[in-house]
Each structure stands twice: as structure tokens, then as C-alpha cells.
Design a protein. Structure first.
Lengths: 215, 106
């Protein structure tokens, strides 16, 4: 119990620090790496919250696949010569964004604290306390292992699961359709990505923004 | 254990707020997108924590973790579509700023 709490606090501090670093950095690659740190600390918190399957899925899908996609896009399409990659926020953006965020955080925390009272618990932390159980009894001992998660998922959530596969297929086709360039359609030409950033800055006013070349 | 659940919900609220701050103060679509991922992760953390809160020997519910699982899958789909849109923006423009993107056609 105690070591769980210690690990939770360490990982929570790491998650908040990584999130703050991501929001405050000027370099998008640094932002992506901060976000990887945040995902890894959140994965460890999933492990503490007895969700080992989600721990693995978080590491594989988020820290692996999604962040590789982000870094891929950033490194392919953003010019490293640019002195300041991200525009600094406007003053009014900082002011109103900060005010709205403080209000939102207050609302979330207030709602959480209040929900415990509404449900009849004076202290929301004590909401799930098990009465008349042995002191060393842990009801969540076998919680979240692959067997219990998959049994539940394929007993009660089969339709959403199958619809998710359909959605992934649609997203795959949609991503290909959106990212293709209709001007290169059927011409047999290939886009040379290397050097497009340097070339693009020079020909910024031209309607043809992409450098193409016969293959 | 119960302390852990409450603290996780508070951590989730903090992370969600940081994501909202990022969305509001940044103007580059890639970074805004990362902040949206952060908010999705905060929501996932809340789902997992509430799952732990409601799990008992008589009712071995796994709904929260199942939803978190599907949120991760849908986030992957969303990232694929969103980054495809951003790639097509990069191919057409030099300076990417969400204030300047105001047309639906290319």
C-alpha cells in the first residue's frame, strides 16, 4: 500500500512536469519527447491502478506508434533552420487561456469533491471503503489481468469492439485520401521530401508549393 | 487504495487542464494535437481510476478499462486522420498557423 502511494506520487510528479514541459517548450520535437515522458509515467500509473493490459497498450500504441507518427511528421515537414519554430503566444491568449484554465481546474476539483457529498460520502476518498472485510483482503487482487479484461470486453462490449475495428479501417482509408496530393495523381511522379523545406521557402509565393520531379 | 483513486482523479484533472492550456496558448496545429492527446490521456486515467473504484468481488466490472482501451484505439485513428490533414497543410503552405487556416478546401 505504502509503496504504491510512493510510486504514484513520483509518477504523478513526473507526469505533471512532463506535461508542463510540453506546453511551455518552443521546439516541437522537445514537445513530442516531453509527451513521451508523460505517456510513460501515465503507463506506470495504470500499472499502479491495476491495469497491466492498459500499461502495455499505452506503451505500445501511444509511446510507440503515435509518438513515432508525430516525430515523423515534425521531422519531415518542419524546417530545422527556422530560429523559433513555434510562434510565441499572444498576450491575450496567455491571459484568457490562463484564466479559463484556472476556472476549469477549480470546476473539476470542486465537482469531484462535491460528487462524494452528493453520493452520501463525507469524504470522497473513502467512497469505496469495503465494510466488514478482513484487514489484508484486497478485492482488486486479480483485477485487470488479460483474462478478466478480455472476458469482460468480449462478454459485454463486443459490438463497440467490432465497431472500433470498422472505425480504424475507415480512418486508414481517410488518412490516405486526405494526405495524397491530387496534383500528383496518375503522373508517376514522386515527391522528394528531402530539401523541400529549403526550396519551399524560396518559392513561397508560387501556387505550386511542392517540389516534384520526374522519377 | 481508495486514496490512490482520489489522487488519480485529481491528477487527471490537472493533466486535462494543462492540455487545455496548451490548446489555448499554442498556434501550431501539431502541438495543439499533442495537447489533445494529453487531454485524452487524462480522461483515460480517470476511467481507469473509476474502474478501480467500482470494482468489487461481487461485481467484477471492467467497463472503465474497456472504455480506456477503446479511447486509445480511437485516438490512434484520430491521430492518423489529423496528421494526414496537417501533412496536406504542410504541403500547401509555408507558415502553419491555425489563425491562418480558414478554408475547408485546399
Amino acid at each position: 500500500m505504502a509503496i504504491e502511494n510512493i510510486a504514484f506520487w513520483i509518477m504523478a510528479a513526473a507526469a505533471v512536469a512532463c506535461a508542463a514541459g510540453m506546453v511551455s517548450t518552443k521546439n516541437p520535437i522537445h514537445a513530442a519527447l516531453w509527451l513521451v515522458g508523460n505517456f510513460v509515467s501515465l503507463a506506470v500509473i495504470y500499472l499502479i491502478l491495476s491495469a497491466p493490459v492498459l500499461f502495455a497498450v499505452q506503451l505500445i500504441v501511444y509511446a510507440g506508434a503515435i509518438m513515432v507518427l508525430f516525430l515523423f511528421v515534425i521531422m519531415f515537414f518542419m524546417s530545422p533552420q527556422a530560429r523559433q519554430w513555434l510562434q510565441p503566444p499572444l498576450r491575450s491568449q496567455l491571459l484568457f487561456g490562463g484564466l479559463a484554465s484556472i476556472a476549469l481546474l477549480g470546476l473539476l476539483v470542486f465537482g469531484f469533491m462535491r460528487s462524494g457529498e452528493q453520493l452520501g460520502y463525507a469524504d470522497p476518498y473513502k467512497a469505496a471503503e469495503v465494510t466488514n472485510a478482513p484487514a489484508d483482503y484486497d478485492p482488486t487482487a486479480d483485477m485487470g489481468d488479460p483474462w478478466s479484461l478480455s472476458t469482460w470486453m468480449f462478454s459485454y462490449q463486443v459490438l463497440p469492439f467490432e465497431l472500433t475495428s470498422l472505425l480504424l479501417l475507415a480512418a486508414l482509408l481517410g488518412a490516405v485520401m486526405v494526405a495524397r496530393d491530387p496534383r500528383e495523381e496518375g503522373t508517376g511522379r514522386v515527391i522528394h521530401f528531402a530539401g523541400t523545406a529549403r526550396r519551399r521557402r524560396r518559392t513561397a509565393t508560387e501556387p505550386e508549393g511542392v517540389e516534384v520531379e520526374a522519377s | 487504495m481508495t486514496e490512490l483513486v482520489g489522487n488519480s482523479i485529481l491528477l487527471s484533472a490537472v493533466l486535462f487542464t494543462i492540455g487545455v492550456v496548451g490548446v489555448m496558448i499554442h498556434r501550431h496545429p501539431v502541438v495543439i494535437f499533442m495537447c489533445i492527446e494529453l487531454m485524452l490521456n487524462a480522461a483515460n486515467l480517470a476511467l481507469v481510476a473509476f474502474n478501480k473504484h467500482h470494482y468489487s468481488t461481487t461485481w467484477k466490472t471492467m467497463d472503465g478499462q474497456t472504455y480506456a482501451f477503446m479511447v486509445i484505439a480511437i485516438a490512434a485513428a484520430e491521430v492518423a486522420i489529423g496528421l494526414a490533414i496537417i501533412v496536406s497543410l504542410f504541403k500547401r503552405r509555408v507558415r502553419i498557423d491555425v489563425d491562418e487556416i480558414n478554408l475547408l478546401r485546399g
